[in-house]
Design a protein around this ligand. Structure first.
Ligand SMILES: Cc1ncc(COP(=O)(O)O)c(C=O)c1O
Length: 476
């Protein structure tokens, strides 16, 4: 069986068949299958034919727009300072003018600005080994937009889906609204547990359709900060093949890995490189990336990479919901990325990861200082910007609301260890410090002693004082 797969098996690049169109028909939701195409957008390809006179779309005339030029002063990815450029020569000026400016100010494709889409696809080819035969890219207004559309593309009310527990708090309202059965899969210091996953699937009621998807954040998970190990990834992938479910790999922290060990390959890449003796085909992984954590969150640019059958459904959703992701943001990103090239992009993200490593090291020092003496337990993260901390909550803090703990995966042991939500509300906030109560990361809203602490924005004085206040609150 899959558990205990040899990581060495993942090294060879092999040719495998992609899954046929028919495979996806049982995955696509009724909404995705019955959504009407946008009558205008479905003619974009015809409009683009050489010599065609465009009388199709209500595009405003950019001559009427008030913008003449947009000038970007951009830090060089090779500048010597860690995040602050040392001198003017570390700044590159990029002008967006003429045709580029007209394009930036105009409507564009639902799958994103074609040149940016192409740039990101090349990055995905180099990083994860996708090819045009087995995947494409679509751009969204952040990965949150694409997650929402991806879940909507596959989930019908009553379907089952699996999420790692704890999970990204921002995805819970998305899946909650789809009225599906949500099964929580345990995680630990190595990431999502194949044992929990396999148990869930082996014990699945006879005759009931298996869950359609597993949602996971594999690098520096939000909220736990854990990076799923290679062995776990291989085991989970084998289970996806065996039980035929999709993996939604939500990876906005991929480039923020700063661990000592070699970084594990993505699910998207492993699917293409790990031999499946049963030849069950590739196309079960849909990957989500984002510029938010590495470039600018306010640009709202994210992208998804995976099988075109699901991305087509997501683009259909975009074409009716918001027509397209913002062109202006995409052109700003494109101009900078084109100027850097992929080597410059890599230099930049390495620097960003190094910046967060410095923050993590400083934060760890103050964690040890203020919470190290039995007030809390934690695992030091090797990526991203969160600590998932089990607080030793004083017995004087009693749980205000007893949440529903009947959902699969809920854990009464957690409830007995204290209620971080009540603690944060009545002790921590009063003491001038706020962290995210762990209950927000569980689909069943279970009581838990855990909190998520974000260190990304804090300077050392704030780290010291914030954790001192938290430790005081725990002693109150
Ligand atoms: C795990 C995870 N997924 C998705 C998102 C949303 O990112 P974006 O800004 O790309 O929409 C976040 C943001 O914090 C996140 O932590």
């Amino acid at each position: 069986m899959a558990i205990g797969t040899d990581p060495a098996a993942s090294t060879s690049k092999i040719a495998q068949a992609t899954l046929p169109d028919g495979f996806y028909s049982k995955f696509l939701s009724n909404a995705a299958q019955t959504r009407k195409a946008s009558s205008i957008r479905s003619l974009f390809a015809v409009e683009a034919l050489p010599g065609m006179i465009p009388m199709l779309v209500g595009r405003p005339n950019p001559a009427t727009y008030p913008f003449e030029r947009v000038t970007l002063d951009v830090k060089s990815p090779y500048a010597s300072g860690s995040t602050t450029p040392d001198s003017q020569s570390d700044i590159e000026t990029i002008d967006i003018v003429g045709d580029d400016l007209s394009e930036a100010l105009q409507y564009s494709q639902s799958f994103g600005v074609p040149a940016l889409n192409k740039w990101l696809f090349t990055l995905m080819q180099q990083e994860h080994g996708v090819s045009q035969a087995d995947a494409r890219v679509t751009i969204g207004a952040g990965s949150q937009d694409l997650l929402y559309k991806a879940f909507t593309a596959i989930v019908n009310p009553g379907d089952s889906i699996m999420v790692e527990a704890p999970t990204y708090p921002g995805v819970i309202p998305v899946i909650d609204a789809l009225r599906c059965e949500i099964v929580q899969i345990d995680t630990d210091s190595q990431g999502i547990s194949p044992t929990s996953l396999e148990r869930t699937l082996e014990e699945w009621p006879l005759g009931k359709p298996f869950p359609k998807v597993l949602y996971t954040v594999p690098y520096g998970a939000n909220p736990t900060g854990v990076t799923t190990s290679l062995v776990r990834r291989l085991d989970n992938l084998q289970l996806a093949r065996k039980y035929n479910f999709l993996i939604f790999e939500d990876d906005p922290y991929y480039y923020l890995y700063f661990g000592e060990d070699q970084r594990p390959a993505s699910y998207l890449s492993l699917e293409r490189t790990v031999v499946d003796p049963q030849q069950r085909g590739i196309g079960r992984v849909l990957r989500f990336d984002s510029l938010s954590k590495i470039f600018a969150a306010g640009l709202r640019v994210g992208w998804a990479t995976g099988p075109k059958q699901i991305l087509n459904a997501m683009d259909g959703h975009t074409s009716t919901a918001n027509l397209q992701p913002p062109t202006f943001s995409q052109i700003v990103a494109l101009k900078v990325l084109q100027s850097w090239g992929i080597p410059g992009f890599r230099a930049h993200v390495d620097r960003v990861a190094n910046f967060y490593k410095g923050k993590r090291d400083a934060f760890e020092k103050y964690m040890q200082l203020h919470l190290g003496n039995g007030l809390a337990e934690w695992q030091t993260p090797d990526a991203a910007m969160f600590y998932w901390v089990k607080l030793n909550i004083p017995e004087t803090v009693t749980c205000s609301v007893r949440p529903d703990t009947t959902t699969a995966g809920s854990d009464d042991e957690d409830a007995n260890q204290g209620d971080s939500k009540t603690f944060v509300e009545i002790k921590a906030v009063d003491n001038g410090v706020i962290v995210l109560p762990g209950t927000s990361s569980f689909v069943d809203g279970r009581t838990t002693a855990y909190v998520r602490i974000s260190f990304s924005l804090l300077d050392e004085a704030q780290m010291d004082e914030g954790l001192r206040r938290l430790s005081e609150a725990l002693k109150m």
